[in-house]
Design a protein around this ligand. Structure first.
Ligand SMILES: *Cc1c(COP(=O)(O)O)cnc(C)c1O
Length: 477
């Protein structure tokens, strides 16, 4: 393809992109494709000769789109959002065009220095303390893994990296059952072993009970273990639980345990001062992550990872073969030492575009509306005799279930709600997902999509009520 042909196709595609942004509502939110149906539309072998772009684009529209779930749909209320925005898409286009590998300062000085600067903007915007140093990771999972590895190396006096974990004291980690599974995965990858991951009990708000944490740590020390890391959640995945940071932090400090804070979803909301109560005690955190790619209108991937002591992270991850040496070493940041992969995209650019284009006040307004609509939804549910809240609302996440008059037995209610979720998602007007709250099957309704308006939330609630009313008893047995 010549640059001139590129220009023609790109103009057509940009028109398509803008139309998609305004028309995405007309698609079913969740793809209706059955397993295997998408692959069946693709030739099993690659073409030997090149094909015209017009044909490829037609196939994209005809064959690819039906197999896609529309995460940028204003009625996407499932999981947590992965919201995007026009300025973010524009920046991604430029990042793709430059195609730079930003692993070292030298391989693109601006990419490195902009990353440092915009992460400090973001730190100021979210009210995080001075003295936290930022890096963009591909995902919160990667940041959590980096935290576990750093904690492991600190606890073993950097012997883990050198000699392996065999023969060392057993390292233990602590988190609640509410914490995202990326912690458990990180524990496995880092070689701590899930047997050494202690699950902390939670209170009626699904938050960690600090007394139990302290008791477990003390018991582990007496039994010859080495308590290594606590992962606290501010806005955990299931129902958005918020752990008490100060109490946990004081315990960590007392026992020399690394504290990582996972706020992958909720952290973006800290651009609103009224949500910062949950940051009380944040000065105890050794590291923290939140994902602008979830709720700050910035395309995946963009996880903002902050560390108090970059030297420990760098010491844990650094590798310096001859071919990666550069004259500026020591005067500049080489972000390849801050993450697991060597190669890095120019991810700071989209954050720079988004923050400049909306301004802090524009971003605040959008997130504030999401939370206000979730509060409206919460009040509609609370006022409805056939539904009930299963957990307190957390920011823009509402967790509820259908409980019609006369319904008996928890098992039957669980089956009824599972059937309702399946109905809702087959219907296609909105997309919701479920969680287990203890033994209770609950429906999560998360508001955070860029194009969502209050009318979508109202319509979404109407869809839930409509489909609940039509569900038959047979479906639930
Ligand atoms: C989404 C989420 C994660 C995982 O995020 P990735 O960036 O996909 O790795 C971790 N923790 C919480 C609380 C989350 O909501």
């Amino acid at each position: 393809m010549t640059p001139e042909e590129f220009r023609t196709h790109a103009h057509k595609m940009v028109d398509w992109v803008a139309d998609y942004m305004t028309g995405v509502e007309s698609y079913p939110v969740r793809s209706r494709a059955r397993p295997g149906e998408s692959a069946a539309k693709l030739p099993a072998a690659p073409p030997i000769d090149g094909e015209p772009m017009a044909a490829i684009f037609d196939d994209f529209k005809r064959d690819v789109l039906p197999g896609m779930t529309h995460w940028q749909h204003p009625s996407f209320f499932a999981y947590f959002t992965a919201n995007s925005s026009p300025p973010s898409v524009l920046a991604e286009m430029l990042t793709a065009t430059l195609g730079a590998q930003c692993m070292l300062w030298q391989t693109s000085p601006m990419a490195t220095e902009m990353e440092t600067v915009v992460l400090d903007w973001l730190r100021q915007m979210t009210g995080l303390p001075d003295g936290l140093h930022g890096v963009i990771q591909d995902s919160a999972s990667s940041a959590i893994l980096c935290a576990i590895l750093t904690a492991r190396e600190r606890a073993t006096g950097w012997r883990g990296n050198e000699a392996g974990l065999r023969g060392l004291e057993k390292l233990t980690a602590y988190t609640s059952g509410e914490t995202h599974t990326s912690t458990e995965k990180g524990i496995k990858i880092a070689g701590l072993g899930v047997e050494n991951l202690r699950k902390l009990p939670v209170d009626s708000h699904f938050a960690v009970m600090p007394d139990a944490l302290e008791r477990m740590i003390v018991a582990d020390i007496q039994a010859g273990f080495r308590p290594t890391i606590v992962v606290a959640s501010l806005g955990a995945t299931g129902v958005g639980a918020v752990d008490p940071l100060r109490a946990i932090g004081e315990i960590c400090q007392r026992h020399g345990v690394f504290l990582h804070v996972d706020a992958a979803w909720a952290g973006s909301a800290w651009i609103l001062p009224e949500t910062r109560w949950m940051l009380e005690g944040i000065e105890f955190a050794d590291s923290l992550v939140f994902n602008p790619h979830k709720w700050l209108f910035t395309n995946f991937d963009c996880a903002a990872h902050y560390v108090k002591d970059p030297e420990d992270l760098i010491r844990t991850l650094t590798i310096l073969p001859e071919y990666l040496k550069s004259p500026e070493q020591g005067q500049v940041i080489d972000y390849r030492d801050w993450s697991v992969p060597l190669g890095r995209r120019f991810r700071a650019l989209k954050l720079w575009f988004v923050i400049r284009s909306y301004g802090v006040s524009g971003l605040q307004e959008m997130v504030r509306r999401h939370i206000a609509w979730a509060a409206d939804l919460e009040s509609w549910i609370a006022a409805d005799a056939e539904f009930e809240l299963v957990a307190p609302r957390s920011l823009a996440l509402v967790t509820f279930r259908y409980r019609p008059a006369g319904a008996v037995g928890e098992d039957a209610l669980n089956r009824l709600n599972a059937a309702l979720v399946a109905r809702i998602n087959d219907d296609g007007r909105i997309y919701l997902t479920q969680t287990l709250v203890g033994e209770t099957y609950a429906i999560r309704f998360n508001i955070g999509q860029t194009w969502t308006e209050r009318r979508h939330v109202e319509a979404g609630w109407a869809v839930v009520k409509d489909l609940a009313g039509r569900i038959s008893d047979q479906e639930t047995v």
